[in-house]
Design a protein around this ligand. Sequence first.
Ligand code: NI
Length: 259
Amino acid sequence: MNKPYIINTHSHANMLRETNIDEAISNAQNENIITIVPSSTAEDIFEVDKFIQKYDDVYGYVGVFPEEAKTFTDKTLNDMENIIRNNKKIIGIGEIGLDYYWDKSFKELQKEVFIKQIDFANQMNLPLNIHSRESHQDTLEILKKYNKNSTAILHCFSGSLEFAKECIKEGIYIALGGVVTFKNAVKAKEVATKIPLEYLLLETDDPYLAPVPFRGKENQPMYVKYVAQTIAELRKVTTDEVAQATTQNAERIFNFNAK
Ligand code: NI
């Protein structure tokens, strides 16, 4: 039987430094891994647009990251719309959201930019890939209030099991990455073990947060298989089962076929 596809729902493959990017992508392709690359600023939406057209099995999101909210202007949504209309491989809006960890000085601007991009995703009928750090309640409240029809994914989920359940009740998906493989990641392991598989997605967030056995080194898209493996061990199922379930979830959300 062929190896089931794994969909890596969040990888900055375009930002690898120590790893050759072409090699990293072909490593992923050889392992039947499909990679989705988010953008971060109002400028690099153009870079991601070009990057994903260079490779098979690589898709993208356009969006402005909370820390880059200041780069978001009236023109940004027009730019995003043009890119989406011309590039069918853009399959969502991301990464967008709230981050109160680094800088709390522009919370209101972050919220405003987040809400504008939610409205835009709703109009385009595309899912949301969301970054939320130390901002869980605000993120959930904004989604409840403003998100009408886009499926939301909380990327690199860092909340408790209780919060994960609260999100799932709202139809929000939980994406887990390398952190779940860390020995001391009690919360992430609990989430990985106890949430329904129907709401779970896999990712790497490379080049950051490489899973064990590569912790501390540069991460890359194919390492998502270690995330799947760890989750399978925690849940006492096979890695193929985790791969199949999470791929089905992603296919449903992004409305595409992994092949
Ligand atoms: Ni990211």
